[in-house]
Write a protein that binds this ligand. Structure first.
Ligand code: G3D
Ligand code: MG
Length: 174
């Protein structure tokens, strides 16, 4: 029995892997060349966030249209929490997370729980580290969050990201 129904958002710059993370989480697959998300995709999945406790997530994945005020307000309205994603291989996308956080808080509420996600961890071996892990961790902690590195490609830590977000949302309510 699921008592919680939670709207969670994927946020962050273009091409950081938001759609790929949702696909990995929901379907446990990775496929290159997803068509660009147009509008908003909403997918639902139950998650056991602690033994015997189930929540239903409705996961909102937005494309590049978020700049339109109407879409943006619909997207953020009633959101319980968000995965704020950047690309571990592109520093610019990390820098932009501050801007995202300001917008998220403005539209979804000051205290909205979020998890900071550095995605594409599988590429670190080839590309090397461009974002300091300790700094990302400190940034997250200063904002009352945690930092998780994921790969939608290999699947590493993807379930954990959604589970931690769900726990954080539910802990913030009880
Ligand atoms: P978005 O929804 O944030 O815009 P997408 O991002 O999920 O569409 O992903 C953008 C590109 O990054 C895609 O490449 C996708 O395959 C790739 N990608 C996403 N996650 C990962 C990951 O964890 N590891 C690697 N190596 N690549 C990833 P293409 O080439 O299809 O545009
Ligand atoms: Mg997308």
């Amino acid at each position: 029995m699921s008592s919680y129904k939670l709207k969670v958002l994927l946020t962050g710059a273009a091409a950081v892997g938001k759609t790929s993370l949702v696909q990995r989480f929901i379907k446990n697959k990775f496929q290159a060349n997803y068509k660009l998300t147009v509008g908003v995709d909403i997918l639902t999945k139950e998650i056991e966030y602690k033994p015997g406790e189930i929540a239903t997530l409705s996961i909102w994945d937005i494309g590049g249209q978020q700049r339109f005020e109407f879409i943006r307000s619909t997207f953020y309205q009633g959101a319980a929490g968000t995965l704020l994603v950047f690309d571990l291989t592109r520093e610019q996308t990390y820098q932009e997370t501050r801007k995202w956080l300001t917008e998220i808080r403005q539209f979804a509420g000051e205290n909205i729980p979020f998890i900071l996600i550095g995605n594409k961890a599988d590429l670190l071996e080839d590309v090397g580290r461009v974002i300091n892990q300790e700094e990302a961790k400190k940034f997250a902690e200063n904002e009352n969050s945690i930092y998780i590195e994921t790969s939608a490609k290999t699947g590493i830590h993807v379930d954990e990201a959604f589970t931690e977000l769900t726990r954080k949302i539910i802990n913030s309510r009880t």
